[in-house]
Structure formats: structure tokens, C-alpha cells
Design a protein around this ligand. Structure first.
Ligand code: F6P
Length: 407
């Protein structure tokens, strides 16, 4: 290969997942002994300028002072990246919006020694964007603002960037990435890009460092073998939740994703309490399979009173859809979308936790672990064990681990 050094330039509006991707790329390349460093304009701005620069007006394209300061910061990082590659560094990642053609021309004019790969992060899912902005405004620079004012401020910042945003087109080497779905929307390569095959494969792979997939604790409905509904946990179920809380106490879990059902939220509560800095995010996508006309019935009652449902389902459980309800097959889309949301919102977190239900957890497991469709509705999902899943470019792990409530 002609070159073994590379510049990567991130492009995209704020809150589109650029930093998450930059950080994961860095970790991944460094693990392969390819020395990689990130040059992040936002971090440098917060470090160098003591005045509060979180105000959206700082980003107004006509704010001359703001513009000068931001250009200065961009230049410091550009020169930092050049120096890094001049010495021992192999890959320098410029992490900033870089949305204007003008800024990119400047970068191209200065990064002349090695190839440049531009990676544009695109996310058009408004719900995800809203949730990402809510995460962003937890940064200390927004502490002085009320929640709504901070959101407004961040949205204004995005809108200012939109006025100068020119998507990639004329650059020689680029990837346009749907950062929510890990999907390459467009790619253009006009020269050999070092490490390209591993970078490309990495961008389209899910990165799950540690996912703890838990089924809610025992409920009153479980005792009666009843399905669906919104039963709370039994005393034993609550003890299971506390046992989980103790088990995970020493792991840092910033976000816990649950369904909107009482039993998963109640299981999350003690875990969150022992974590300290932790938020529970109930997602409708992780609600248990809707058993339609059979909701709240026991399996015995279904067999006796609705034999056709019971026996037809038994023949082809994956494809069977409950009258006025769902089937495994029809849950797939929402479960996949819930997984994407959970992974995206967790950014580059070491640990992610999802507390779901029997059918939901089967579908989540089958997202990461191939199973024939007909076997998915029978995956073993106990209530006294959880799955530890690791799915990165170079490691896949599925481990069923037991936890026990104290007597
Ligand atoms: O625990 C019961 C339950 O979560 C029900 O709410 C749901 O209908 C069922 O498990 C799903 O399992 P199966 O598809 O095997 O009936």
C-alpha cells in the first residue's frame, strides 16, 4: 500500500452520532495497534474558552467573533492532526461538524501529505434526534439553562449549521452513513485508502460492548401462568430486582431501557437506585407481544376456551398472529427499531441494559444470534438468569448468567 497514514474527517449536523463513531473507530483501530487520535473541536472549545460558548448565538453564521474563534479552534486541531501523523500517529480523526464546503476546502488544502476519508453522519429519525438532544443538554455547559430553554438553544444551534450545510459530493473519498442504521448510503473512492476494508466493515457492524439482557422479575400473572396484562412484581420478583441491583452495582450503567409495562420498570428501579447516575428509558418498542383476544388469559384457559388459537399457534408459532394482537413475525420491526434506538442513545457506553419480556427478549437475542425462525419462539428466557451479549467487530459472546436473591 502506498500510504499507511490516513486523515478521517467527520461531517454532519450536531447530534448525528459523529463523536460516537469517531470514538469507537479510534478504540477499534488502536486495539489493532494502529495509532489513532481524535481531534475534537467541541472539546477544545470547552477547554480553551472559559466564557460560556453553549449559547446558540455563538454559532450564528453572522457572529463574526464566534466565527473567528471557531475557525481558530478548527485550525489548531488541523495542525494538531498534521503533527500527529508527522510523528508516530497513523490515523488522525477530525471530529467536528465540518458541514460547509469552505471549511472542507481549507482542510483539503492543508491535509496534503496523506489521503483524506470524509465520513458524513446522517440521521433523519426525529424521535431519535429529540432523545439525542436531551442527552446532549446534560453536558455541564447547559447547566445554567432550564430544560426547555436548553433544548431550544441546541435546536437553534442545529438550525444555524443547516444554513451552511453542504452535503458531501465533490470530495474525492467519502462515505455517507446512516448512523442510526449502520448503513452506507453512498460511497466514493478515488484512491487507495489505508485500512478501508476494516473501517467500512466496522461502520456497518453493530458495536455492543456489553449488553445485559434481562427479563423482568416474577409477577402475579407469572404465578397464574397468565399472559400479557400489566401485573406488578410479586415480593419474590422485587427481591430478584434487588439481587440484580446488587449484582450490577459495580458496573456503570448510565441508561436502562425497559418496556412501558409496570413489571419491567419495577425491575429497573432498584438497579437504577444503586447506580446513582442512571436513567430509565421506557420504550413502547420493548412492550411484550400483544396477545390480542387472549390478553390476561392463562395458557390453560386459552386451550379450553379458544382451542383454535392454541392449536394453530402451536403449529407455526413464529408466524402466528393473535386475533387483534401480534405475532413474533409482526413484532420484528418494532423490536429492531427499539434495539437501534437503545444502541444509538447509549453512544459509546461500556454497558447497556435492556429489561424486557419473554417474547421480546427472544426477538432481541435473535437480532444478535442467528436462529432459525421456527426456533426463535422457543429460546430459553428464564427469570433467574440474564444474557450477557458482546457483539463487536472482533468478538461475539452470549453468556447466560445466574443471579440469586438473598434469602
Ligand atoms: O411471561 C408471559 C409472557 O411474557 C406473556 O406475556 C407472553 O404472551 C408470553 O410470555 C410469550 O411467550 P410465548 O410466545 O411462549 O407464549
Amino acid at each position: 500500500m502506498k500510504h499507511e497514514k490516513l486523515y478521517i474527517v467527520m461531517v454532519g449536523l450536531p447530534a448525528r452520532g459523529k463523536s460516537t463513531i469517531a470514538n469507537r473507530l479510534k478504540e477499534n483501530l488502536n486495539r489493532d495497534a494502529i495509532k489513532t487520535r481524535i481531534f475534537n473541536n467541541g472539546d477544545l472549545r470547552r477547554k480553551l474558552i472559559s466564557a460560556n460558548t453553549s449559547s446558540s448565538e455563538f454559532y450564528h453564521p453572522k457572529n463574526k467573533e464566534g466565527l473567528e474563534l471557531r475557525e481558530k479552534i478548527a485550525l489548531i486541531n488541523i495542525w494538531g492532526a498534521k503533527n500527529y501523523l508527522k510523528n508516530k500517529g497513523k490515523v488522525a480523526i477530525l471530529d467536528a461538524t465540518n458541514v460547509s464546503r469552505e471549511r472542507r476546502e481549507k482542510i483539503i488544502g492543508l491535509f496534503t501529505e496523506y489521503p483524506i476519508l470524509f465520513i458524513e453522519c446522517i440521521n433523519t429519525d426525529l424521535e431519535i434526534l429529540k432523545a439525542s438532544i436531551l442527552r446532549k443538554i446534560t453536558l455541564p455547559e447547559f447547566n445554567h439553562l432550564e430544560r426547555d430553554a436548553a433544548v431550544q438553544n441546541f435546536n437553534n444551534r442545529i438550525n444555524y449549521y443547516k444554513t451552511i450545510y453542504t452535503p458531501l459530493r465533490h470530495e474525492s473519498n467519502f462515505i455517507k452513513l446512516d448512523s442510526l442504521n449502520n448503513q452506507i448510503l453512498e460511497e466514493e473512492l478515488s484512491e487507495g485508502i489505508p485500512y478501508y476494508d476494516r473501517i467500512r466493515d466496522f461502520l456497518v457492524s453493530d458495536t455492543v460492548k456489553n449488553l445485559f439482557l434481562i427479563r423482568h422479575g416474577e409477577t402475579y400473572f407469572n404465578l397464574g401462568n397468565r399472559i400479557g396484562g400489566d401485573s406488578p412484581l410479586t415480593e419474590y420478583g422485587k427481591a430478584q430486582a434487588w439481587a440484580l441491583a446488587t449484582y450490577f452495582k459495580t458496573k456503570k450503567i448510565p441508561l436502562i431501557f425497559t418496556s412501558q409495562k409496570t413489571r419491567t420498570i419495577e425491575t429497573a428501579e432498584p438497579i437504577c437506585e444503586l447506580q446513582g447516575d442512571c436513567t430509565v428509558i421506557p420504550l413502547a418498542e420493548f412492550n411484550e407481544i400483544d396477545a390480542g383476544v387472549c390478553e390476561c388469559m392463562s395458557y390453560e384457559e386459552i386451550r379450553e376456551q379458544m382451542g383454535h388459537v392454541y392449536f394453530t399457534r402451536a403449529i407455526d408459532k413464529y408466524n402466528y398472529i393473535y386475533p387483534q394482537g401480534e405475532g413474533y413475525i409482526s413484532m420484528k420491526e418494532r423490536i429492531d427499531s427499539g434495539i437501534k434506538k437503545a444502541l444509538y442513545l447509549s453512544s459509546n457506553s461500556e454497558n447497556i441494559m435492556i429489561i424486557g419480556h419473554r417474547a421480546v427478549n427472544r426477538m432481541i437475542l435473535s437480532h444478535f444470534l442467528y436462529r432459525r425462525k421456527e426456533d426463535v419462539p422457543y429460546i430459553y428466557i428464564p427469570q433467574d438468569k440474564f444474557y450477557h451479549i458482546v457483539a463487536t467487530q472482533d468478538k461475539k459472546l452470549f453468556q447466560l448468567k445466574k443471579y440469586e436473591p438473598a434469602d
